[in-house]
Design a protein around this ligand. Structure first.
Ligand SMILES: Nc1nc2c(c(=O)[nH]1)N[C@H]1C(S)=C(S)[C@@H](COP(=O)(O)O)O[C@H]1N2
Ligand SMILES: [Mo]
Length: 530
């Protein structure tokens, strides 16, 4: 028996397939298998475009992979490739599918009737990985994976090997030129299909964004005072107190930004309530609204990092909506759900202190940008985004953590996402060289919903000296600060700490982000040379 023996072929098939001709046939079968799998995938993605919800199986699988990754490798991946992590994952999935098809083709060269079972099995595995029990993707994902299996089988039966073991070596094989020509045609179709998917995504997003930019916002019923001119000290290189939308950090697990048209959008408030409520976009905007400056912050922000931003948000007070639906006493968790299957939840008791949590629809005077949750999102002062700030909001569920575990809590992040005190030096930059004499050191500090009390700077481990606080945007936003330092030649270390408005000093204990939040004092090195 040759070592090119096809493992699952019986002796008669094996004899007919021995030798170099067999290897070539197996190569062709692998090629057809790869094409079959690839085209199945393209067909599924095209179908996703026309199904309600536009749930792509590939992006759903990428979501689940990101979600299933332990925090350390995920952070490492994001650290290494930044926001390219999702496109790379999608590419990886495509490669795995095509390679899997090639393997099936090679293994089934001698027994082509077996390949469809592998395609069906592969599609079933893809479905199981893609489907999240907590979302309603069931029907689209069943349809998409079924279509993938059917298309792969059709391609295989049309172009795959035909084996008639009794009629001699290579009998019934399609010739090489036919396979290559077909491969060319099918690859072109596949590329066009992928192109069409990407193009259609972009045009949908562009269409939603075009409508978005024509929307008119109501004047806030309860407006924020004008931003004080003194909220941002005039220091070169210091970013403003209110972050422009285009510079606001973005964090989410969505592979492509959901583009939700306002027409069909509804916000459903339900669960353990007396009177469930459903609001259209117009109904949401018709309600009394508040406008507040709130600093939003990611739990993954490292000490001194920039996954934090402040915007002037406008929306409907969450407490008013909850009063209206009549929340049951046993509802301990407020869970925001989004169109992409993400959910974020926080203890209901946190709202007991009257903080201005809201269903926000505007950011810095314009409808929420698509990346920041259009048409609506939750914003809760004092909580990290992962437990509170659900973008592309479609539902608010009054529930318990046992019944509905929020996305990141199910992945071992802390359930209590209250923001820790933090402070940062922005100017000068770490590693900068500055001239001797008076140097203006500047930065920001935050402890949302408590407020900043004092910011202090220490040079080279020396005594803490008070910085000057800029004008306040309120307790829910960060506060900028400056410190005049008499710099002398040589290398120096600058360190900052914050004491909040209740008198509690920022933790000096150093720890990494997972599973709660980073802590420790931001320290930078500068060289003074003239
Ligand atoms: N739908 C959805 N909402 C989400 C997330 C997400 O992955 N999906 N991530 C949350 C996290 S972890 C953060 S820090 C904030 C970030 O909001 P931003 O992108 O507007 O800055 O969004 C939150 N809302
Ligand atoms: Mo986050």
């Amino acid at each position: 028996m040759s070592d090119l023996e096809v493992p699952d072929a019986d002796a008669a098939d094996g004899a007919a397939y021995a030798g170099p001709a067999h290897a070539a046939a197996r190569g062709r079968a692998a090629l057809v298998g790869a094409l079959a799998a690839g085209l199945g995938l393209v067909a599924a993605e095209l179908l996703a475009l026309v199904l309600p919800g536009r749930i792509s199986a590939v992006s759903a699988i990428a979501d689940r992979v990101i979600a299933a990754m332990p925090a350390a490798p995920r952070e490492a991946l994001i650290g290494a490739v930044g926001t390219l992590d999702k496109p790379l994952l999608v590419l990886g999935i495509v490669v795995v599918v095509v390679a899997g098809g090639a393997l099936v083709g090679a293994l089934c060269a001698a027994r082509p009737d077996r390949a469809p079972w592998w395609f069906v099995g592969g599609a079933a595995v893809a479905f199981l990985v893609a489907w999240d029990l907590t979302t309603s993707d069931l029907v689209p994902l069943v349809l998409e994976t079924a279509v993938a299996a059917v298309v792969a089988t059709l391609v295989w039966t049309r172009y795959g090997p035909v084996v008639e073991p009794t009629s001699g070596e290579g009998a019934g094989q399609v010739d090489r030129r036919t396979v290559l020509r077909t491969a060319g045609v099918l690859s072109t179709v596949a590329l066009l299909g992928v192109g069409a998917v990407l193009w259609s995504r972009r045009t949908t997003a562009a269409a939603v964004d075009a409508v978005r930019s024509t929307l008119r916002l109501p004047a806030p019923t309860d407006a924020a005072p004008p931003v004080p001119a003194g909220a941002t000290p005039a220091v070169e290189g210091l970013a403003p107190a209110v972050t422009p939308n285009g510079e606001f950090y973005r964090i989410d697990v969505a592979v492509s930004v959901p583009a939700i048209a306002t027409d069909g959008w509804r916000l459903a408030i339900g669960g353990r309530v007396d009177r469930p409520l459903e609001l259209t976009y117009a109904e949401l905007l018709a309600r009394p609204s508040i406008e507040r400056d709130i600093t939003l912050c990611c739990v993954s922000n490292p000490v001194g990092g920039d996954l934090v931003g402040t915007a002037r948000w406008q929306g409907v007070r969450l407490a008013d909506l909850l009063d209206e639906v009549g929340v049951h006493d046993d509802a301990s968790l407020v869970l925001g759900r989004s169109s992409d299957g993400f959910s974020a939840g926080f203890p209901r008791e946190i709202l007991g202190d009257g903080r201005d949590a809201m269903v926000a629809y505007a950011m810095n005077g314009e409808p929420l940008p698509l990346e920041h949750g259009f048409p609506a999102r939750l914003v809760v002062p004092g909580l990290y985004g992962y437990v509170s700030a659900t973008k592309w909001l479609t539902g608010i569920r009054l529930t318990t953590i046992e019944d509905d575990t929020p996305f990141w809590v199910a992945r071992q992040w802390q359930a209590d996402g209250r923001i820790e005190s933090a402070s940062r030096i922005d100017v000068p930059r770490d590693g900068a060289t500055v001239p001797p004499g008076e140097v203006v050191v500047a930065g920001r500090a935050w402890r949302q919903h408590t407020g900043v009390g004092t910011v202090q700077v220490s040079v080279d481990g020396g005594p803490w000296a008070d910085a000057t606080l800029a004008d306040s945007l309120g307790v829910d936003a960060w506060r900028l600060w400056t410190y005049r330092w008499q710099a002398t030649d040589g290398p120096h270390q600058l360190r900052v700490r914050m004491i909040d408005a209740s008198g509690a000093a920022q933790s000096e204990e150093v720890h990494d982000v997972f599973p709660g939040a980073s802590s420790g004092l931001h320290t930078i090195s500068v060289t003074v040379a003239g």
